[in-house]
Design a protein around this ligand. Sequence first.
Ligand code: FAD
Ligand code: DLZ
Ligand code: SF4
Length: 509
Amino acid sequence: MSGNTAILVLGDQLSWCHPALQQADPEETVVILAEVREEASYVRHNRHKIALLFSAMRHFALALAERGFQVEYYRFEDGLPSLLAACERALAQWQCERLLICEPGEYRLLEQMTGWAEVSGVPVEILTDSRFLSSRQDFSDWASGRKQLRMEYFYRDMRKRYGLLMDAGQPEGGKWNYDADNRTGWRSQCDVPARPQPVLDEVTREVIECVAAHFPDHPGDLSTFRWAVTHEAAQGELDWFCEHALPAFGTYQDALAEESPWLFHGLISMYLNCGLLEPLAVCEQVEAAYRRGHCSLSAAEGFIRQVLGWREYVRGLYWHHMPDYRERNALSAERPLPEWFWTGNTEMRCLSQALRQSLDLGYAHHIQRLMVIGNFALLAGLSVSEVCDWYLGVYLDAYEWVELPNTLGMALFADGGIMASKPYAASGKYIQKQGNHCKSCRYDPKRVTGEDACPYNSLYWHFINRHNALLSQNPRMGLILGGWRKRGDDDREAVLRWADRTLERIETL
Ligand code: FAD
Ligand code: DLZ
Ligand code: SF4
């Protein structure tokens, strides 16, 4: 057989909507999938993430073969160093005349790929990733001429464009955004439904063994591997969410719970981001649940805003501002990451829980990522590049297009306000209001100084004080800065001294 076109499918592009697969004639096509060293180790990826991708890739290869495609699959044990090496080997073996690729999700890889035609000796075509609802060009068109690129306006345009939750050209229910209804704190006021555990098949068990053997010093407790690895199983997870968790999703979207790592969240970002689910179909399914009266408008709107709004918006921002976005550090944050970021061994209860589940399972929900871990990193001035690498490695759903704007922009305010209109900085009071961690913590959320004081509190005022000049240009910070300035000198000094002490012993908090 002579497969004269080769298609490289990356580990996060396992979709039938892949632009090259959609137009391919299986008889004339070789599909390359490759587990390679460079992709598996350019950051310290969580072992769950590697296992999820390798198993999903192997299952997708089987599904491609069933549809009549020739598949060239390289396993990690084959020892290939890079995707280019895999393509070169497959191109030679199948004597292909051209290589088709879908644009990757990271600038790093796109840069490499632009040089592949020269090295490989065959034409290489990089196709637009049609799996997103706003292409890079759409976003640039939307952004051009705007002073500020606010998500809310982008989101409204996307609602109109896709006709989601619309009523005769107006937003369903008369409002675009029901966020104000979605901020209830967690006091164990209801049961969290138990999520079914997917059954692991032979392919996944084999992958888990391979990952355990080759990545011994990466985070991730593989004995808790619970992820879907096929389109059908990912759809099953979405169906379960819509049936059992969506009705309470909105109400507890911002809640923090001792007893559950995920509360009523979707747990679908890992599938959307590797191609096992498609964003429009997800939004349509959630809208349908609302239309048949299964959930409130605020739950459906809150969820659709995340997928249709935030997810597309952060991708647009990433490509719009790369490559210099990655270098931004507007608040000059350089403090090394405490060692306990890699173990979860801190006495701060909210943090230890968020860190442990992130490390062990590869998952934390948005408020844990933003207001517990990210907020601590922001207040303590932790190194932007170290924090970003940590997030990129630790989470199952992390690829730079989505991780970087969320971490560098939203959580750390290191882009100086492109992504967020003000820093997401908060004291322990916020964490106490949103959840029930403080009850089991050795620190007291009401105290600002002293051995028992919640570290978030003095660090919060330290942050406000040290960025006073920058923050005073922001009208939304006026009240807080005014309050801080009005406090007596002695009071302010005591708080700042305690914060300095806290930072000095950060490794032992
Ligand atoms: P749900 O709460 O059920 O939300 C539904 C879906 O909306 C998610 O699956 C996701 O696809 C989308 N979504 C929600 N918020 C965002 C957002 N801010 N940006 C993009 N998509 C969003 N998300 C990632 O997919 N990958 C990352 O690497 C990532 N890193 C993050 C880092 C930080 C510091 C922060 C604050 C957020 C990050 N997010 C990231 C966004 C968000 O936290 C996750 O998408 C969400 O927690 C995934 O869990 P879920 O599927 O249960 O989400
Ligand atoms: C994240 C990842 C990992 C761990 N391993 C592979 C791999 O072996 N082969 C592959 O094709 N893709 C992998 N990926 C996903 C890529 O890193 C991803 O395609 C790029 O980061 C662009 O988003
Ligand atoms: Fe977190 Fe502070 Fe509450 Fe402890 S007291 S759980 S550190 S907010």
